[in-house]
Write a protein that binds this ligand. Structure first.
Ligand code: URA
Length: 250
């Protein structure tokens, strides 16, 4: 990272907001540089990262130098996007609500792939665009494991059908290894392992066998599980976990 940046880029590097939104903060008189309040006339000011002191609401801003890799146990009823036009809770809001891990989340991070609004479980988020792209790409066949509660008793014939392939809404053929874990009243819990990731794929595979998915949880992504994390809790991945993700796709 260069040691000098224009003020708006510097603020964006600190994970506060986009460069454009940062210009607004400067013009609104919310930013100081070495104790001096900046104004709209200061948008071309250059900041030297190590020595200049930039503050927002009295708090010093420092650029993120290391990438961040977060594991969230996504709860149900939130969207896997950064913003939502319908004002539903986003996973980013959940991460910012409470710091379960340090340092606090100041960088702008993005989800790796998506879980539906009503799906819970393992969700990785990062500011490492290259790794995100690769882990989400079907070419690398990253393994994801789901557990679904369905409205019927899953049979070995259903498992064979899903292993053979079911046509999805987008024309792709979805496939998975699927097995009955246990019966649950008149329904059952089914575990499915997938190596691709089409929209609503698990629900569509189960619908292809005539079942409705009543609840869905992702229990594993590339070998990483939410063990020890309650819904809405999160932590940074360990160095070993990040290494193992990189090894899968780089
Ligand atoms: N498949 C689905 O149907 N929903 C998800 O959230 C993830 C996979």
């Amino acid at each position: 990272m260069s040691n000098q940046s224009r003020i708006n880029k510097f603020i964006a590097l600190c994970g506060v907001c986009s460069r454009r939104a940062a210009e607004k903060l400067v013009a609104e008189g919310k930013i100081t540089l070495n104790g001096r309040l900046l104004t709209g006339d200061d948008l071309s000011t250059i900041v030297t990262h190590d020595t200049d002191i930039v503050t927002l609401n009295g708090q010093r801003l420092t650029p993120a130098t290391e990438k961040r890799y977060i594991l969230l146990n996504k709860p149900r009823l939130c969207v896997t996007t950064v913003t939502d036009p319908h004002n539903r809770t986003t996973v980013i809001e959940i991460l910012r609500r409470k710091a379960y891990s340090s340092p606090p989340l100041t960088t702008r991070i993005y989800p790796i792939g998506r879980l539906d609004f009503d799906t819970e479980g393992v969700l990785l988020l990062t500011d490492d665009g290259d790794l995100t792209h690769r882990l989400a790409h079907p070419r690398y066949e990253v393994k994801k494991v789901y557990q679904a509660l369905i409205d019927g008793i899953f049979t070995p014939a259903d498992g064979a059908r899903i292993a053979e392939g079911v046509e999805l809404e987008d024309g792709h053929i979805g496939k998975a290894q699927a097995k009955l874990l246990r019966k649950d009243g008149s329904g059952s819990i089914v575990e499915l392992s997938l190596h691709e990731g089409h929209k609503h794929e698990v629900k569509q595979l189960l619908a292809g066998c005539g079942y409705q998915t009543l609840s869905l949880s992702r229990v594993e992504f590339a070998g990483i599980t939410c063990e020890g994390l309650k819904p809405s809790e999160w932590r940074d991945l360990t160095t070993a976990e990040v290494k193992s993700l990189r090894k899968l796709v780089l």
